[in-house]
Design a binder for this molecule. Structure first.
Ligand code: HEC
Ligand code: HEC
Length: 202
């Protein structure tokens, strides 16, 4: 009688780690995301660095962020308003649409020294500062590891930097303290370098 109990418990734990959500329909999401495309780009490759790229991001991460914006767990004046009217099905559909789009690679725009520092942090972390290697969770090429770890490759450096500073300052707290404890140990020079490296990563 022991085995079934363990199995049920195992399923329960696995289920609670990945929030169950409605299956998304990318075709429906294309229509539902017309307003989003105004900032994030028709295919999720926003052309304005003020708006993060969503193309190729995992649907599970996108759904989580939209839910967090709606519930006030992540705050942003624009996105809190944009997420508010979305139903669970709407969130699943728009996430499926952006997840299915092909990410357009970016180019790094910094000195070779800065890119090298960024690469070292991304690939190996920094033992002295107690910073974990980014690639251990975000993948060796920054493609992300669904459902939990988002894609970073090619993201605008300005956005990446702003998120790391928000984690560091405790302004973004929807990460179960994982990113907050990493960013807290990073200097602004390190944050800038890794953000520049990520923008050119593909
Ligand atoms: C007026 C411009 C604008 C519109 C329209 C807009 N967004 Fe955003 N979006 C932003 C900005 C700015 C951010 C960055 C927020 C921050 O800094 O935390 C963002 C962030 C996001 C994120 C988080 C990305 C990440 O990598 O964590 C998601 C997901 C998102 N938007 C989805 C949507 C969806 C879906 C819609 C349509 C329902 C939408 N956005 C409409 C400007 C916009
Ligand atoms: C132990 C795992 C882990 C490590 C190591 C890690 N991250 Fe993260 N990171 C996460 C998780 C989980 C999230 C998603 C948080 C959420 O759900 O909002 C995240 C989110 C992010 C985001 C926000 C992405 C977005 O689109 O808004 C950035 C930027 C980021 N990480 C950069 C880094 C950098 C740079 C490093 C290395 C210095 C790093 N991460 C190391 C787990 C990790």
């Amino acid at each position: 009688m022991r085995k079934p109990v363990t199995l049920v418990l195992g399923l329960f734990i696995a289920g609670s780690m990945a929030p169950v959500h409605a299956a998304g329909n990318a075709a429906a999401g294309k229509t539902k995301s017309v307003v989003c495309q105004g900032c994030h780009g028709t295919d999720g490759n926003s052309s304005n660095p003020s708006y993060p790229k969503l193309a190729g991001q995992s649907a599970s991460y996108l759904v989580k962020q939209l839910t967090d914006f709606k519930d006030g767990k992540r705050s942003n004046p624009i996105m809190s308003g944009m997420a508010a009217p979305l139903s669970p099905q709407d969130r699943a559909d728009v996430a499926a649409y952006f997840a299915a789009q092909k990410p357009v690679p970016g180019t790094a725009n910094a000195s070779p020294e800065t890119i090298k520092l960024g690469e070292q942090l991304f690939r190996g972390g920094n033992r002295k500062f107690g910073i974990s290697a980014c690639m251990s969770c975000h993948g060796p090429a920054g493609a992300g590891i669904p459902p939990r770890f988002p894609r970073l490759a090619g993201q605008y450096a300005g956005y990446v930097k702003a998120q790391l500073i928000a984690f560091k300052n405790g302004q973004r707290t929807n990460d179960d303290h994982i990113m907050q404890s990493i960013a807290f140990r990073m200097s602004l020079t390190q944050i800038d370098a890794v953000a520049q490296y990520i923008q050119g990563l593909h």
